[in-house]
Design a binder for this molecule. Structure first.
Ligand SMILES: [Ca+2]
Ligand SMILES: [Ca+2]
Length: 475
């Protein structure tokens, strides 16, 4: 077909308009600032913790919605993060351990959350631990990163990445290996010497260089902090900010572990079981100091976002990958199917949302982050997602959500959390519940009495067992 001159001009105009409209659509999408702290339980002041000192995160929560009953989908770093960034439960993706290799090698058919944003016109940048990496050995490396997700990936390192620093810190317990001991220290160094401090500087530079108001392109900046993951090496000034006398070693009944399946403490020989009280208090002090450190770094990054004039066009997500015991059941670590290890903070701030400073008490999970961010920016998810968008709750925290949340783990347990109970089965060949735990959280919030063998609870067990049966676990 011969194109006449006016028609040709018209085609150019339409093409230009279409390009312009696509560009406008991209520019109108908000930026995403995603902040995740490693092994951070919901022990923040805004979550009601009386020891934690977290002024910046409290201020952040006052601008958005705090999800008060939020759970990870696996209480161990790698599978938890793979679930968050794939939008699938661990049994659906098969990513159920801290395996080596990259996310995209493991799950080649899945588009991760940041990769999806990259493919939809976002400038994407990672600083620190977003996908799994071992701590401290993996600090400064890419870990299991999705190599297709980022325009820029920063492998920040620092003082605490040095294995000699780990060696010279205070060690409790006689097991070998960096991951199975209680290790802490309070060096007199600046935050900027720590790996996370180096990460903050990189993240601030990325914000400045990729200010969407100047570039015309929205960004997805993910800043992953290595603390409070052990070893809890935290600059001394953060220890000084904590009044540790407010912390009390949790009461543990003498026979507490008799009704807990051994598999729930599969690392029971490790050096973080029943450590002496004096060292427990020190370790709790280190953990809260690390939270104070995390709070200050997150606060500085958010403040820089404001200075760049981006607060009104940026969605902020703050979360952790799994919780942490501070002596509950005599445990000083993570990876159990108890509340302490499964609960994680989740704060979402979207300048456009109606609710500000409200708490949503629905059962939610890290699995909901993928659909929520897609919903907030209008990107179609690339595959079926197993979580639910939390956008309705950002506008009205009273909107009902799920009846239960699912957490798998410790290792290969299948756990259901309802508003009143926590129920976990460890299934042999995915058919029979060989071991199980049921806790009545209304009457026994400390999960001391395992009711799995109690006939008075047979109806509850039948219902929760039925929910697990209805989920199609992959082998
Ligand atoms: Ca972790
Ligand atoms: Ca017990």
């Amino acid at each position: 077909m011969k194109i006449t001159k006016p028609a040709f001009i018209l085609i150019i105009c339409v093409a230009a308009l279409s390009c312009q409209s696509r560009r406008d659509q991209v520019i109108e999408r908000p930026n995403i600032l995603f902040i995740i702290a490693d092994d951070l339980a919901d022990r923040l002041a805004c979550y009601g913790d009386s020891v934690a000192v977290t002024p910046h995160l409290d201020k952040l929560a006052a601008r958005g919605v705090l999800f008060a009953n939020n759970f990870c989908q696996y209480p161990t770093c790698g599978p938890s993060r793979a679930s968050l960034f794939s939008g699938l439960y661990p049994f659906e993706s098969g990513y159920t351990h801290n395996s080596p290799g990259t996310f995209n090698e493991h799950l080649p058919d899945l588009v991760s959350l940041p990769r999806l944003f990259r493919e939809n016109g976002y400038y994407t940048a990672r600083v620190g631990k977003i996908f799994h990496m071992g701590i401290p050995g993996g600090i400064g490396g890419p870990g299991t990163d999705d190599t297709l997700a980022w325009d820029l990936a920063v492998n920040n390192s620092g003082y605490d990445a040095d294995l000699e620093v780990w060696e010279n810190a205070i060690h409790v317990g006689d097991e070998t290996g960096p991951g199975v001991r209680v290790v802490y220290d309070a060096p007199q160094i600046e935050d900027s010497e720590m790996a996370d401090g180096q990460g903050l500087e990189a993240a601030i530079q990325i914000l400045k260089e990729n200010n969407s108001k100047k570039t015309g392109k929205p960004f997805f900046l993910a800043y992953g902090m290595y603390r409070p993951h052990p070893p809890m090496i935290v600059p001394e000034k953060h220890w000084e900010a904590i009044k540790i006398s407010k912390y009390k070693i949790p009461y543990v009944p003498e026979n507490d572990r008799e009704d807990i399946p051994e598999i729930n403490f599969h690392l029971k020989g490790a050096g973080f079981n029943f450590i002496p009280n004096a060292q427990g208090i020190q370790y709790a002090h280190a953990y809260y100091a690390a939270i104070h450190f995390v709070d200050e770094l997150a606060g500085k990054l958010i403040s820089e976002l404001e200075k760049e004039g981006l607060a009104e066009n940026t969605v902020i997500v703050f979360t952790g990958d799994q919780g942490f015991h501070l002596g509950e059941h005599g445990h000083w670590h993570k990876s159990t199917m108890f509340e302490e290890a499964c609960r994680v903070p989740l704060i979402i701030v979207d300048p456009r949302q109606k609710e500000k400073g409200e708490k949503c008490t629905n059962l939610t999970g890290l699995i909901d982050i993928y659909p929520t961010l897609c919903d907030l920016v209008g990107i179609e998810p690339p595959h079926q997602l197993s979580g639910l968008s939390l956008v309705p709750q950002l506008n009205n925290v009273e909107v009902p959500g799920k009846k239960y949340e699912f957490t798998m783990g410790s290792p290969l347990g299948y756990g259901i959390r309802t508003s009143s109970h926590r129920y976990t089965e460890w299934r042999k060949d995915n058919i029979n519940a060989d071991y199980s735990m049921l806790y009545d959280l209304e009457n026994d919030p400390d999960e001391f009495e395992n009711l799995a063998g109690n006939p008075e609870y047979s109806d509850v067990i039948k219902e929760l067992h039925g929910i697990l049966d209805s989920m199609k676990f992959s082998k």
